[in-house]
Design a protein around this ligand. Sequence first.
Ligand code: HAM
Length: 414
Amino acid sequence: MQLLPGFRDFFPEDCARTNYILSVWRDVAGRYGFVEYDGPVLESTELYRKKSGGELLGQLFDFVDKGDRHVALRPEMTPTLARMVAARERDYKKPLKWFCAPSFFRYEKQQRGRLREFLQLNCDILGEASAGADAELIALVIDLLRAFGFGPADFVVRLSDRDAWAGFARARGVAEDRLLDFLAVVDKLERAPEADSQRRLAEFAIELSAVRAFIADPSEEAAKLQGILADLKARGMADFVQVDLTIVRGLAYYTGLVFEVFDRSGKERALAGGGRYDRLLEVMSDGKVQMPALGFGMGDVVLANLIASVPVASERRKAWLDARRAAEVFVVLAKEEHRIEALALVQTLRDSGFRTDYALSLAKVGKQFQSAEVVGAKFAVVIGEEWPQVKLKELATRQERLLEVTDLLNALRS
Ligand code: HAM
């Protein structure tokens, strides 16, 4: 009974690490005024066929349900979000700043940084067309990563614009309905063998050298993105961004600004990616709702790899995990005849908010101390022949003192 490829079991230590990531995501998104939402895990396959497009279609976990519906496990959130907002946009003040962080499913080849089930934080701003929203969203992606302990030496946000490529393609006679196919070739340029790119570009009568020359000089694009760059500079974030025309993104709905976040070592796949999708709500609502929008997704898999490889980030994670170990206090019962008093004390400690544990059955004192260490308790409270006095022992320093049980709560609090 093996795990399916690309899926993960979450043992308690794995859950704790994932909870760390979720807690930082939620904390920083909250600091930026984003509120949480969610949608269904299963959607009609049609939603992704029509709205996501691109390589995602080959990666759908889709099937026919018992009601003969063609359905798919969600590979991404954006089409669901667009559907939800288009249906109830009047109920919310603009701009909407929404986030979610559930699981997604893609039938991808299992590789470093890519699984078939993963968590993805989605942050989106809807109803705001200005460059101020672009900069705010990029600042958020930067601050999310800074909160894990990463600095400008660890990651970079690569900014680009699909309009620049649309202009390039149009000037070379690429028909509108082939634009996405052309963008797909550019999207693969960094990963595909050169001969493949050359062959695919030949279909558009475009030379690879022309594409490379366009990428080599992003100055025109940098001038257009000046407003966003100046905004980020004002926040002290200039070192985290760079204009890079190799970024076009693989999804069909993006309209203008696009970006991806990479680790500086270049060893990992993208940490996050997003952009503007100003026409998706209109398409989703058959023209009824017109609302500019932009957002990004950040997965947990590459992020966890990077946390493990950057010392500052792993120390920060360790400190967070240590502060949330299973128990703070372990009640050690040295005299079995005091079990009733011990149970009452355990209950009082728990009622007072202390994470408290104890041995469920008769055990030697040494064994109980071992259990206290295993659960990571900071303190042991020993109930023995001194009762109603107890020994309070700090496990790390092995310092102990005898005190009245009535003084225990105050002692622990201080
Ligand atoms: P995406 O580039 O497909 O964008 O995914 C965003 C991030 O999700 C990736 O950079 C990566 O961190 C993570 N990710 C994607 N696929 C996998 C996988 N198979 N295993 C592990 N991690 C993965 C989107 O999904 C867009 N819907 C994002 C967006 C939101 N755009 C606007 N709003």
